[in-house]
Design a protein around this ligand. Structure first.
Ligand code: SF4
Length: 319
């Protein structure tokens, strides 16, 4: 796989053009549910990576060429075969890409390096961040994510919280169970996660479970259990939408034409400021798709962003 892959239909981001900005299989974690196999290189930071990273120009040129070939891209998504924030040129790559496209740029990250100032600054330059948080306390974090030495879940969660004040954050929680590694979906583990999510205050929480059999003896959590966990989180985390991710794939739009969707968004926002998720619910389309329209309307100066009580709302200029 090269630096650029796809576009691939993503459950969360619509048609997503993937960017893999690191040497293959390099990560700060070794999650028990990882789909990438056990040949990973586990590192504490970019200083320990011995292979060269793709440089920002190389990444931007790859994106430019891919965009020329594919008409409909909803997001350019930095993710790939390991932890993308290991690349020290991430912020520069985003800056270069913005010079030739207004397609929104998303970051999928395991969150581990957000505690570093340079990585945090780079993460802030994305339109959307999808950080993971699989545990609320250190013991479960170590059992499930198996981080390189020195990572502390309290510090990581605090950094995600700071990021959520700057860019829309959809927090992904991957829930698994295993005879060998235990679970991060039992009542105690969920209580700890809820506590952290309350402090982070993301735009939404995506509850996920492993859907393909990984190499390790790890099982997915049943949909029924995911729904019970969602109900518990909703009761404790008022105002933060909790989404069981596999459900979202069933959502479909009743609106077809792009201009109709834009007009509908403007009509709704003229009545009241909304979050991305509010609009997604009203329109019946994927939040990633809504994000694309919001980025375009913001760019055109037709709507503005407002942060209220730590949450990002969109409103018409005079609304
Ligand atoms: S953070 Fe992602 S890439 Fe890294 S080990 Fe975990 S699942 Fe695999």
């Amino acid at each position: 796989m090269g630096i650029i892959y796809g576009p691939v239909p993503s459950r969360r981001l619509g048609m997503s053009l993937g960017v893999d900005p690191i040497p293959r299989l390099t990560c700060t974690f070794d999650c028990v549910y990882c789909q990438l196999g056990r040949k990973r290189c586990k590192v504490r930071g970019p200083e320990e990576v011995t292979e060269p990273f793709p440089d920002p120009e190389e990444i931007a040129n790859g994106v430019r060429e891919a965009l020329a070939k594919h008409e409909h891209i909803d997001y350019i998504t930095f993710s790939g075969s390991g932890e993308p924030t290991l690349n020290p040129g991430l912020g520069e790559a985003v800056e270069l890409i913005r010079r030739f496209t207004d397609v929104p740029i998303a970051l999928i990250t395991n969150s581990s390096l957000l505690t570093r100032a340079d990585v945090f600054d780079a993460a802030e330059s994305f339109d959307l961040a999808l950080p993971s948080l699989d545990a609320g306390e250190q013991d479960t974090f170590v059992r499930i994510d198996r981080p390189a030495y020195g990572f502390e879940i309290d510090e990581i969660a605090a950094a995600i919280g700071r990021l959520a004040r700057e860019v829309p954050v959809w927090l992904e929680v991957m829930l698994v169970q295993s005879d060998k590694y235990g679970s991060n979906a039992d009542d105690e583990a969920i209580s700890a996660i809820i506590e952290k999510v309350g402090v982070i205050a993301p735009c939404e929480v995506d509850l996920n479970t492993c859907v393909r059999p990984p190499e390790e003896p790890v099982d997915s959590v049943s949909e029924e259990r995911l729904n019970r966990i969602r109900a518990r989180m909703e009761a404790s985390l008022t105002g933060i939408p909790i989404v069981v991710v596999p459900h979202r794939a069933k959502a479909h739009s009743r609106l077809i034409r792009e201009d109709e969707i834009e007009a509908e968004i403007m009509r709704i926002l003229a009545v009241r400021p909304c979050t991305t998720v509010d609009l997604s619910d009203s329109l019946g389309i994927n939040p990633a798709e809504v994000g694309k329209y919001l980025a375009r309307l913001s760019e055109a100066g037709r709507i503005e962003r407002r942060v209220q009580e730590g949450r990002l709302y969109y409103a018409t200029k005079d609304g």
